[in-house]
Design a protein around this ligand. Sequence first.
Ligand code: SAM
Length: 246
Amino acid sequence: MPRTHATLPRLYVELDLSAGTQLTLGKEQSLYLAAVLRKSVGDEVVLFNGRDGAWRCALTSDSKKSVGLELIEQIAGQTPVSDLWYGFAPLKSERLDYVIQKAVEMGVGTIQPVITQRTQVNRLKHERLVANAIEAAEQCEVLSVPVVAPEMTLERLIDGWPAMRTLIVADEGAASSSPVETLSSLRGKPVGVLIGPEGGFSDQERDRLLALPYVVPISLGPRILRADTAAVAALAVIQAIIGDWR
Ligand code: SAM
């Protein structure tokens, strides 16, 4: 992927972006640019909003409370939003942050926390998950921020699952074989991936999942991976075999 202006700071904004637009950043982003990065008038940054691609901008004012920016040129067109759906059982604090950030870096389009019988965390701070996703998007130069859905139970997920989408379930009980063949048969089809909690799916949950017509179990090798490791491993094999790592 061509890296455009890799040295410039990248910030996600909600506003529409087009040539000549003048805008003023909020307090948090202004403080970050003016005080933390010590940017001043004339310095440049990159803005993206998930709709209008990436824009090179120049500071027109550098107050710590409200930095002004003028858009100069579009440096990257908007890339399509990923269709890869990612479900996971929330983990505690920094490991949860890690899982959100890695999902963004691995190119998912939807991040869905799923509450299972052995999930360690039931109440999530949704705004923290969204902030993590935005920060990861700014750092890994993606041009859209995945949707972070509110948590739902595994039962509700199954009840509302769209039958045309295959659900790839990381199953440590699956026969330890390479997922290449299984995944290759899903090329071009809408897919989601589901990772269980630290304690794994309960026997009842696993039986329920494996009985569903749209579920495809995959092994991630002969070792038991921690849930956050399994998340990255599963997303890597999916992206490498049928995703956007071409
Ligand atoms: N049930 C085991 C336990 O309690 O230690 C393993 C749970 S594992 C820590 C958490 C999740 O990571 C599992 O539910 C599964 O989704 C995934 N996982 C871990 N190792 C895996 C493997 N070798 N193959 C497929 N999925 C794996």
